[in-house]
Ligand binder design. Structure first.
Ligand code: FE2
Length: 156
């Protein structure tokens, strides 16, 4: 958590004040399955942020539970696609996914422990960073491999 928090000062990719996150073509990693997962993850994060803005803790927790569950499904699918297209670093990708799930659990724990305007803002920033870091830093590395296949490629 501390490492993530410290890196929040970095330029962010989709952070536009209080605007919701929007998926953009430049976030495409060249596979429809993965892109559509990322779009859905963005949707869930937007729901979580909306709950934060309305100060609705139970809705926020429900959105974060949904995020944890869907992220697990997505990460497994992504590792399968990455492996099927010949990505060389699937085990590293898996480790990184495990770390992201741990961070998400820490965020949920933080919400359980304290609930202030400052922590709400912190959680919003963390969620955005959590996703953007995943897509930009990790998944983009798979793109050179997915580009050798059709965007509609589905692993068998
Ligand atoms: Fe992903």
């Amino acid at each position: 958590m501390a490492a993530y928090a410290a890196r929040l000062d970095r330029p962010t990719y989709l952070r536009e004040g209080s605007m919701s996150l929007q998926w953009r073509e430049q976030l495409s990693i060249g596979n429809d399955l993965i892109d559509s997962d990322h779009k859905y993850l963005i949707e869930i994060i937007n729901e979580a942020e909306d709950s934060l803005r309305r100060n609705n803790r139970s809705e926020l927790m429900a959105a974060l539970d949904n995020l944890s569950q869907y992220a697990k499904v997505h990460f497994a699918r992504e590792e399968k696609v990455a492996s099927a297209v010949g990505f060389e670093h699937v085990s590293h990708l898996h480790e990184s996914h495990e770390a992201l799930l741990m961070t998400l659990n820490e965020v949920k724990q933080e919400i359980g422990e304290k609930w202030t305007a400052a922590s709400a803002e912190h959680i919003t920033a963390l969620l955005r960073f959590w996703l953007i870091d995943h897509v930009i830093k990790e998944d983009m590395q798979i793109k050179p491999k997915t580009k050798k296949h059709s965007p509609s490629f589905v692993p068998s």
